[in-house]
Design a binder for this molecule. Structure first.
Ligand SMILES: *[C@@H]1O[C@H](CO)[C@@H](O)[C@H](O)[C@H]1NC(C)=O
Ligand SMILES: *[C@@H]1O[C@H](CO)[C@@H](O)[C@H](O)[C@H]1NC(C)=O
Ligand SMILES: *[C@@H]1O[C@H](CO)[C@@H](O)[C@H](O)[C@H]1NC(C)=O
Ligand SMILES: *[C@@H]1O[C@H](CO)[C@@H](O)[C@H](O)[C@H]1NC(C)=O
Length: 729
């Protein structure tokens, strides 16, 4: 054992790399990796985007405040900007300048904040009526709101009110708000130090410093649905009874028309309830992604079921000091509502376990239901909900598990937005997801429900923000032009075009991309973006399976029947896919297309059969054999590496110096794991490798590591690490 370790310590970094790679491949080829690898990888230079830098010399802490059909409003430092969504040109007439007053600025500096903190970062904007808007800003750690009216081509201040409880003090604070029916519901902090989090709608708020209601929350998003306002956030879990602190993701709700409780509880919610969000890989010990970072808007579709489902996509990650695992889970509004109808959770005394409340102990009317006038609710009802705001059941993920999992040493997911229900040429609907990372990438993926499960296929991985800046927010800019997405970083906003159709030159690649935005035009021999085509007539697409063989054996799988000869009738009618019209087609009908305009590969003609078969085989090889080849090559490489390393170690036994540069690289990677800071390859770490994930340890957050991009190891959260550890010992 010792000998092996010596060899290991002395062999160079390459071998380590090969070892880790092959372990990852061996462990993961059959697990998640093939599902989650990206089909296209575009670096910063090859992504087309327009940057809006705002105040180029100072941090802006940008945030998208509002959006309409033609413009997008972003809030920054002392200013809001109105940008055209087509070319990101700033509409100067829509700009509002609002710096803090000198008095507020100086007071802020006196309180020990920095010059950059002591600015007015605009965080909230809503329209109260046409031509009138309210904006709120941090105003040098003294939140303030203003009403503006648009008159004679410019915005004029109408009134100014305090913004405490509505707008955060710190521009970095994770707050959210939703304006509904003349009222602003906000989730933020109401004090300078950030110690008083609340969910607030004048005059009701959550209980002050009641850790059972809110416990150091980071709010992520909010929306109105049905009779309720929902809030998504993560917070320290009160119900977690083991030692250490754990963060859980939550969804909370209040009734829109909550009027507060009787008597002295007028200013408290009588309907605040919350539940845990479950995003986990199922198993005997489910692996949890517990920290929600972002949600999409509410979207609606069938997702392989009979009835329509309203769902919201969430980005959830592992804790910051654990392995960088990120997942996308979808939640159905119906499931969320159902959990709030279920049992409440409670803790009898401070040291007892959290258990479901027996049904007979729940007062009637059921606490948390929306009532006409909450001020006349019985006291026992109001007191019950104050102490029982947590639901017993966690909201399950739609499809029972994440639709996408990524494990990376380089990045985590930070943001998500969705282009809902993009229609394919044969009338199927798929959600296209855009997912931001903390190192400036945006992944484009498609959610492909199949049977009773769903899986997101990553179409492309694009570096949109330079220098590894984190993506803070993503918004779809323009539903009618495919692939346009607004990417918000701290210091710039970019309008990126993630439409890859035109860069694809072969039919099979176009179809295998599974991008609902793209289809192969067999007439023009190009991969086209469906938003700009005028006819579906010669298009080939297969989002569900990505079966590239459709390009040369279309007769079997895809027969496009042109029903309607008139050119300008609805496109949908022009084509009926084979599934609907399998038999009734006559292949001699000139309107039935049997294949590409490629005589070589017409399966009907005799001499071309060979050609088609060969091409199809090629596809099978690339798809099926690649992983095996990689594994075999890695294992062979591993063996050769070990032998080489062993021989070297015998030869240069006295040498204790290792090459510096690769060593540092390796070291950095382990830092991202949150492992022992000394690194396990140093000579003094001459013991079992300390590579166990340290979830609750106090090691500092991982550093940005952009030394090398190619080494993105997708490793399984449990099994693989154990294997690495064992091998090292
Ligand atoms: C950036 O902000 C500073 C102070 O906040 C201001 O003096 C400067 O004019 C701004 N620059 C631009 C380009 O707006
Ligand atoms: C942004 O500018 C456009 C064009 O001037 C205008 O139509 C739109 O209402 C503006 N949006 C806001 C929120 O001011
Ligand atoms: C807000 O969320 C981001 C991303 O998760 C995190 O890095 C940051 O620390 C949070 N801000 C605060 C003030 O906690
Ligand atoms: C979360 O979901 C998984 C898989 O469906 C399940 O095994 C697990 O028990 C659930 N956890 C909680 C806390 O409900």
């Amino acid at each position: 054992m010792f000998g092996l370790q010596m060899i290991f310590l002395q062999c160079n970094c390459l071998i380590v790399k090969i070892l880790i790679w092959s372990l990852c491949f061996a462990a993961l080829c059959h697990a998640w990796m093939p599902d989650s690898s990206s089909k296209l990888i575009n670096n910063f230079k090859s992504v087309s985007s327009i940057s809006f830098p705002g105040n180029a010399t100072f941090p802006d802490h940008f945030i998208v405040l509002n959006q309409d059909a033609n413009s997008i409003i972003v809030g920054g430092r002392n200013r809001i900007y109105n940008l055209s969504i087509y070319d990101f040109h700033e509409r100067k007439e829509g700009r509002i300048d609002w710096p803090s007053s000198d008095a507020h600025g100086q007071l802020c500096i006196l309180k020990g904040k920095t010059e950059d903190d002591c600015q007015n970062y605009i965080r909230i904007l809503y329209h109260t009526e046409p031509g009138k808007l309210v904006i709120c800003g941090t105003n040098s750690y003294k939140p303030l709101c203003r009403t503006y009216a648009f008159k004679d081509g410019k915005y004029l201040v109408e009134k100014e009110v305090e913004g405490i409880g509505l707008c955060p003090y710190n521009p970095e604070h994770n707050s959210t708000s939703v304006y509904h029916n003349g009222q602003l519901f906000s989730a933020t902090v109401a004090d300078f130090s950030g110690g008083d989090p609340l969910i607030y709608r004048e005059p009701q708020r959550t209980e002050l410093s009641d850790l059972k209601q809110l416990n150091a929350p980071n709010f992520v998003s909010s929306l109105q649905y049905d009779d309720y306002i929902f809030f998504f956030y993560r917070e320290t879990a009160v119900e977690y009874m083991n030692c250490g602190k754990v963060i859980y993701s939550r969804v909370a709700r209040v009734c829109k028309d909550d009027k507060g409780g009787p008597h002295q509880s007028r200013d408290r919610w009588t309907s605040f309830l919350k539940a845990r969000l479950n995003c986990s890989i199922p198993g005997e010990y489910p692996f949890y992604f517990d920290e929600i970072q972002s949600t999409s808007e509410l979207v609606e579709g069938k997702y392989n079921s009979e009835e329509n489902n309203r769902i919201i996509y969430g980005v959830l990650t592992t804790p910051i000091n654990a392995i960088g695992g990120s997942a996308i889970c979808a939640y159905r509004m119906d499931d969320i509502l159902r959990v709030f109808e279920g049992s409440f959770k409670h803790q009898e005394s401070i040291n007892s376990n959290w258990l479901p409340v027996p049904e007979n102990m729940v007062p009637t009317p059921r606490p948390g239901q929306c009532v006409r006038d909450s001020r006349i609710l019985p006291d026992k009802n109001v007191n019950f909900i104050k102490t029982h705001s947590l639901m017993e059941e966690a909201v399950p993920a739609f499809f029972g598990k994440p639709i996408l999992v990524r494990v990376s040493f380089q990045y985590r997911f930070t943001a998500i937005t969705v282009h809902a229900q993009v229609k394919t040429i044969n009338n199927q609907y798929f959600d296209v997801l855009y997912i931001g990372t903390d190192d400036g990438k945006v992944l484009k993926a498609v959610n492909v429900p199949n049977g009773d499960t769903a899986k997101a296929i990553v179409i492309s991985e694009n570096t949109v923000l330079p220098h590894g800046a984190a993506v803070k927010q993503l918004k779809l800019s323009d539903y009618s032009s495919y692939g346009k997405v607004v990417v918000v970083g701290r210091d710039e906003v970019r309008l990126a075009t993630l439409n890859h159709c035109a860069s694809i030159t072969r039919c099979s690649e176009c179809v295998e991309l599974q991008d609902p935005h793209c289809a192969w035009d067999a007439k023009q021999n190009s991969c086209v973006s469906i938003d700009i085509v005028t006819s579906y007539r010669f298009l080939i697409q297969d989002v569900l399976r990505g079966d590239g063989s459709k390009c040369w054996s279309p007769q079997k799988d895809k027969k496009t029947v042109i029903k309607n000869k008139k050119d300008n009738t609805a496109i949908e009618k022009e084509i009926i896919a084979n599934s609907i019209d399998e038999e009734g087609t006559d292949s001699t009908d000139p309107l039935v297309r049997t294949g590409l305009d490629d005589p070589e590969c017409d399966p009907v003609s005799e001499n071309s059969v060979g050609g088609c078969a060969v091409r199809q085989q090629l596809v099978i090889y690339t798809a099926g054999t690649l992983h095996i080849v990689v594994v075999v090559v890695s294992i062979v490489g591993l063996f050769l590496g070990f032998i080489a390393g062993y021989l070297f170690s015998q030869k240069f036994h006295s040498s204790t110096q290792y090459p510096e540069a690769p060593f540092i690289e390796q070291h950095n990677h382990l830092e991202r794991l949150g492992a022992n800071q000394t690194g396990y390859l140093t000579p003094r770490a001459n013991k079992a490798v300390n590579l166990v994930v340290n979830v609750s340890g106090s090691s500092p957050p991982p550093k940005k590591d952009n030394l090398e991009v190619g080494k993105d190891l997708n490793i399984s959260s449990d099994g693989t690490l154990q294997k690495i550890k064992k091998t090292y010992i």
